[in-house]
Design a protein around this ligand. Sequence first.
Ligand code: FAD
Ligand code: EPU
Length: 352
Amino acid sequence: MNLQENVSLKPFNSFGISANARFFARFASQEELAEILENRQQFLSGKAGANNMLVLGGGSNILLTGDMHGLVLKNEIKGIRELHEDNEYVYVQAGAGENWHAFVQYCISRNWAGLENLSLIPGNVGASPMQNIGAYGVELEDLFWDLEAWHIGDKALVTFTHQDCAFGYRESVFKRKYRGQFVILRVTFRLRKHPRFNTGYGAIQAELEKAGVKEVTIRAVSDAVIRIRQSKLPDPSQLGNAGSFFKNPSVSVSQYEALAQIHPGLTAYANADGTMKLAAGWLIEHCGPVPGISWKGFRRGDAGCHEKQALVLVNYGSASGSDIYSLSEDILQSVKEKFGVELEREVNIVGS
Ligand code: FAD
Ligand code: EPU
């Protein structure tokens, strides 16, 4: 069993927060995972807070607010397999420990379409259904077929269909009802053999034109998305962050209209269910620690709000998880006071 003690988690979280794991184990197969879980009582028993356990992928959507006194399980299950195909689709299974962007590029190189708008999202395949990752008009659930997950308590392999996952905007059954109960091992995607491009999202069309693309291809869309993302989102290897810190909040049309009347310029999009999704980045940019100062570009110690994207909180070097959390709390309160809208954190807060 691959078990280490007192391991620094700094290299394993994209915020670059310093925190330690009392126990840290890597697993590359279902059998290795089952063995670690089977034996965990031996080394966890009697330790303070020993019950807490964190399954870690790429660490790009967590904020560590303290040391992990229990066990951190690093998912390293690899492998990409084409399961079968029909006239329209190819069904591709990927291990939870595969890097997401590398998997997307693998599919693009085989001309399998659908994932191109989700290019360059950090993290691993295993977290993608948990988060129902999304970008540029596409969500993971649009390509999802099924997944296999290990039930920690029952010691059993369970298959989840699309319906079982109860996907929503950055939501799934794994984030709510089954939180902490399953380890996702493999995910199967249904990809198109004949692409249907999704280039309606604002900047993609403009980026394709700028690049002089005459004939749209899967690769061209992926490249456009990559360029747009690089122009506004900080690279975690240069500046610690976990992408959007909050979700974009939804409000009723009447609440939106009332707000838009007082705040012309308020950015919002219509949801399919008739509600309006407000751009949280806009709300945050138009609030601040004191009147006249915006959160956007604001820095307190080493915790900050990104200068190009107010929805992204950043670690300039040695911010603690509590520093970032406390900044997020102040932002949340100021948005609530000014707009009467309560933001919800999108990043998973992992405490000791
Ligand atoms: P981790 O951070 O390791 O884990 C996230 C959560 O999932 C944790 O609660 C963890 O316990 C759980 N988990 C992880 N793996 C498993 C598993 N195998 N089984 C069970 N639970 C598991 N997200 C978007 O949706 N769209 C974006 O456009 C986007 N852009 C980003 C840009 C940047 C610069 C950054 C840093 C992040 C961005 N994100 C975005 C957020 C992040 O990339 C995604 O949420 C990603 O899916 C997280 O993957 P991960 O492997 O790093 O998960
Ligand atoms: N905006 C501002 N000020 C800002 C930032 C944004 O006014 O500082 C306004 C702009 O008007 C802009 C609008 O907000 O047009 C939307 O901004 P952007 O296109 O950058 O997208 P977002 O809503 O801020 C969401 C996702 C991203 C995803 C992009 C692209 C959430 C919480 N975030 O961001 O996902 O990449 O759309 O689809 O839904 C993530 O989840 O970590 C993430 C980065």
